[in-house]
Design a protein around this ligand. Structure first.
Ligand SMILES: Nc1nc2c(ncn2[C@@H]2O[C@H](COP(=O)(O)OP(=O)(O)OP(=O)(O)O)[C@@H](O)[C@H]2O)c(=O)[nH]1
Ligand SMILES: [Mg+2]
Length: 190
């Protein structure tokens, strides 16, 4: 989970994992961790979610967590025009690191504050197209809960599609780049 300070990363994760919204969250220091189980189209997935601090001084930590991650949720705050540009920092890191996430999702935060919108959907769509984000831009609100489940379902679905392969022998999902099933040992064809 990446994005500028205060865009609402921690609030989104918290809404998803506890169903609650807290108006006064503390700014994240370094990085936090959360797990959540979900079922996407009949497949169980355990998500390990890293919640990064948006504060610039902590960004040195980001690259070491990005390598090996399957997906990146990139969040901007529709009421803060700088928060979309800020995502370039994170996009650059992701594109410069080996074994970085194949699934990048672009998410709008705080859509309950639509009357204070500073970022046009078209401008975000341009970034989305240019940097090959997956799925579609989803508008969310940690405050009302709108579209929170949808974001994680889309994340799970895209990770299954882009990073995992279903073993024809034991029917479990394993990372594509392994070239063999980590559960039963069967080699990947072709
Ligand atoms: N109205 C509204 N406020 C929100 C929403 N999500 C977060 N906020 C508020 O925005 C502020 C920042 O939220 P956080 O979740 O701490 O933001 P963050 O991106 O984790 O910030 P850092 O950890 O500093 O990077 C808090 O005051 C939240 O209450 C939302 O969906 N709607
Ligand atoms: Mg936070």
């Amino acid at each position: 989970m990446a994005g500028a300070k205060n865009v609402g990363k921690t609030s989104l994760i918290r809404r998803y994992s506890t169903g609650k919204f807290n108006k006064s969250t503390l700014s994240t220091i370094g990085v936090d961790f959360e797990t959540k189980k979900l079922n996407v189209d009949g497949t169980d997935i355990l998500l390990n979610i890293w919640d990064f601090a948006g504060e610039k001084k902590f960004r040195v930590l980001f690259p070491s967590y990005v390598s090996g991650a399957s997906g990146a949720l990139m969040l901007y705050d529709i009421t803060n025009k700088d928060s979309l540009d800020d995502l370039m920092d994170w996009i650059n890191v992701i594109s410069s690191i080996p074994n970085s996430p194949k699934t990048k999702l672009l998410i709008e935060a705080k859509i309950d504050l639509e009357d204070q919108r500073e970022i046009k959907r078209e401008d975000a769509q341009e970034l989305f197209n240019k940097h090959k984000f997956k799925g579609e831009i989803i508008g969310t609100s940690a405050k009302t809960g709108e579209n929170i489940e949808e974001v994680f379902t889309m994340l799970g679905r895209e990770i299954l599609k882009n990073s995992l392969k279903k073993c024809p022998n034991c029917e479990r999902f394993y990372p594509l780049e392994l070239k063999f099933c980590q559960y039963c040992g069967r080699k990947t064809n072709n």
